[in-house]
Write a protein that binds this ligand. Structure first.
Ligand code: ZN
Length: 416
């Protein structure tokens, strides 16, 4: 799949030692130093049946900040993002609107590309749809079947969690909670004939009127989790640059907090069954964006779209600034005031940078890097920039505006 255009990154000044990035793993809640080299990062992509809302944008911006920091610190980054371009919600929406499902997906992927370009998000090295990756996905399903830990239920193939050591014992939540959430997020815990309610579908037999693909295990289409397993392992571990000695298959798996369970948990279980090693070193999940107190979601119909804000005259820079200036793990209640403040702050920073004399910049640069290295403390980084504005406005001198401007662009993606 064509990605979106690459973004210019100013050179990094590593004349002083660059701090290591520390991030808090979403499952263990432990802060981990990010030492992988090269970095293999996988962020779950969109299901293209609706435009990019602020919740999506906030997630991709968080991982963009991580990627920028790693590149600035001299790491080689390999970044993969998928597109779930065949899925129930997409087929349902297409049917509801009497539209071809492929045309709907194509139009929404294009809108997503435009939004990501406008928000100056670094594009993935591999941007892959499930449909175009079908032979890869089928190969990995075959590998999972070859482990002997799957079973057939009326042509559908399930992973037998009881046959996989740790799969049911290491759930991040209680079993009852897991079953409830599994049902809410596309699972089928109540289906008769399953060996365990949480067993995940890895291949769904052909249904009348739905698209299907040929495979050695009959016509049908893949389950959700195995698609990400296949695309991640294929693009990030089966390559010449991959670190085959690493104790995990990839460095980072990320997405919104609604992917913590079951999607990312089940992805890790399936990948581990195939590769015999842990999937990701760090799992990271971003908080949900709420609008007027309710989580922004398609089912509630309360989405705020990036494209709509752009039409209303808000710039990519302003939307970006508003969405990154937060604790990425916490849920955020979105208000239009957030955008207005972001516009005012950007205007203030721009005015300070445009002065002939500016306050010393070296320390603020170090503070930005240190704040970001500490679990992506963007609010701390921005507070130090506003403090620098204050000093500049009070007449302090001796700084280099170009130095700070480059750092804001490189690390925060804010180009002024
Ligand atoms: Zn995924």
């Amino acid at each position: 799949m064509r990605s979106w255009p690459s973004v210019y990154l100013p050179p990094s000044d590593n004349s002083t030692a660059h701090p290591l990035l520390c991030l808090t793993d979403s499952y263990s809640n432990k802060k981990e130093e990010f030492t992988d080299f090269p970095v293999a990062s996988y962020v779950c992509g969109i299901t293209p049946y609706d435009a990019t809302h602020l919740g999506h944008a906030a997630t991709y911006l968080t991982f963009d900040l991580i990627h920028r920091f790693l590149i600035a610190s001299g790491r080689t980054l390999h970044y993969t993002q998928n597109i779930t371009d065949i899925d129930e919600p997409l087929l349902e929406r297409a049917k509801r609107d009497d539209q071809n499902w492929e045309d709907l997906a194509t139009s929404q992927i294009e809108l997503f590309r435009e939004d990501m370009t406008e928000l100056r998000v670094l594009p993935p090295n591999s941007y892959l749809g499930v449909v175009e990756s079908m032979s890869t996905v089928i190969n990995y399903i075959k590998a999972l079947i070859d482990t002997g830990k799957t079973y057939d239920l009326q042509g559908d193939i399930y992973l037998d969690l009881r046959a996989i050591q740790g799969a049911l014992e290491e759930l991040p939540i209680s079993i009852n909670e897991a079953i409830d959430i599994f049902a809410e997020r596309g699972g089928d815990p109540g289906r008769a004939g399953k060996r365990h309610p949480l067993d995940t579908l890895i291949w769904s037999a052909e249904r009348p009127g739905e698209p299907s693909w040929e495979s050695p295990f009959g016509n049908g289409r893949p389950g959700w989790h195995i698609e990400c397993v296949a695309i991640a392992l294929q693009t990030l571990t089966a390559q010449s640059w991959s670190d085959k000695e690493s104790s995990t298959s990839i460095s980072l798996q990320g997405g919104g907090s609604d992917l913590r369970f079951p999607h990312h948990y089940m992805t890790s279980v399936q990948a581990r069954a195939i590769t015999k090693k842990a999937f990701a070193k760090i799992y990271l999940h971003t908080g949900m964006i709420a609008w007027q107190g309710e989580k922004m979601s398609k089912s509630l119909g309360n989405l705020v779209f990036v494209s709509k804000l752009r039409e209303e005259g808000w710039s990519g820079n302003e939307i970006r600034f508003a969405l990154i200036n937060r604790d990425y793990r916490a849920d955020l209640n979105w208000e239009m005031r957030t955008l207005e403040e972001s516009r005012a702050n950007l205007h203030r920073i721009n005015s300070a940078l445009s002065r002939e004399e500016v306050a010393p910049t070296h320390n603020v640069v170090l503070k930005i890097r240190d704040s970001l290295s500490n679990d992506l403390n963007v609010q701390g980084a921005i507070a130090s920039v506003l403090d620098w504005c204050n000093q500049t406005e009070l007449g302090a001198k001796g700084g280099n505006a170009g130095e700070l401007s480059r750092v804001l662009d490189l690390y925060l993606g804010i180009a002024l």
